[in-house]
Ligand binder design. Structure first.
Ligand code: MG
Length: 281
């Protein structure tokens, strides 16, 4: 595949991403796929999905896991509900994450993406040790599938995340870098973070946002690509600097406004195409 193919977050059944027909109309060659619901994760459905993708000349570069009960309503709710950190749902979600990975394998996809949740910043806390243990367990399941796990950035500063990756000792654990999340959660300037995480960045989102006036306490605002504080031209230059050549996957999750979603993704594709020419010239 050529450098920086364009991509978009998509859903095959109900979900936050655009549907495959929109991705096809916009001529997007790669997608990050929201993991379909449990009832759709069967070998038969996998075959149907692969047929739909082949007809539209779309490749999945990553299957993104998500779980029932997760809510991104505000930052405290994310802490309580998202990923493998909340203790009450951890065991069942680890089981489901492995099922999602097995389904991704049926789709021929070797990357699973995950919002792991808020990893404690205090590495001596018991929860930190517990999250290390479940991450190793999940990574070993994925490794047997020939897969890697990509953690979505956002909930922790780059240094904390880097320490966590190293502490796991897993060689199939990497980063899905989302510059807007760094801003939305108020955990640091995205471009220096991207350089810090450098070698571990194996997939990325193209998303934009503006800072909250109370970073870390309240959300910043998600914006159409190019209208937030990320600086997309500098983002691509930094990706180039760290040697990233994979898909540029646009994330714009406003499924309640499908027309606006399609229009904004269309403009985002145009922007990235223009910038790609500039950044690689
Ligand atoms: Mg993202």
């Amino acid at each position: 595949m050529s450098k920086w193919p364009l991509g978009v977050f998509a859903s095959i059944d109900a979900g936050l991403g655009v549907n495959l027909d929109v991705a096809h109309e916009l001529k997007v060659p790669t997608i990050h796929l929201h993991a379909p619901q449990k009832s759709s994760r069967t070998p038969e459905r996998a075959k149907e999905f692969l047929k739909q993708l082949a007809e539209r000349e779309i490749e999945i570069s990553c299957v993104f896991a998500g779980f029932e009960g997760e809510s991104y309503a505000d930052i405290p709710t994310v802490t309580e509900t998202v990923g493998l950190v909340p203790a009450a749902t951890r065991a069942e979600r680890v089981v489901e994450l492995k099922e999602i990975a097995d389904f991704a394998k049926l789709l021929g996809v070797d990357v699973v993406g995950l919002h792991i949740g808020f990893v404690p910043h205090d590495t001596s806390s018991p929860v930190y040790a517990e999250i290390l243990a479940v991450t190793r367990d999940v990574c070993s399941h994925l490794k047997a599938n020939g897969q890697a796990l990509h953690l979505e950035t956002g909930q922790e500063p780059a240094d904390t995340l880097l320490q966590f990756l190293k502490d796991t000792g897993c060689d199939n654990l990497f980063i899905n870098f989302d510059p807007a999340n760094m801003i939305l959660y108020g955990v640091g300037e995205p471009l220096p973070a991207l350089e810090t995480l450098g070698d571990y960045v194996r997939s990325i989102h193209c998303k934009d946002a503006t800072w909250s006036d109370k970073p870390g306490e309240t959300w910043g605002a998600e914006m159409p690509l190019g209208q937030g504080d990320v600086n997309m031209a500098a983002y691509l230059q930094t990706l180039d600097k760290i040697g990233y050549t994979g898909p540029l996957t646009i994330e714009r999750e406003i499924p309640q406004e499908p027309e606006r979603q399609k229009a904004e993704i269309g403009r985002a594709l145009q922007l990235l195409n223009d910038l790609k020419q500039g950044a690689t010239a």
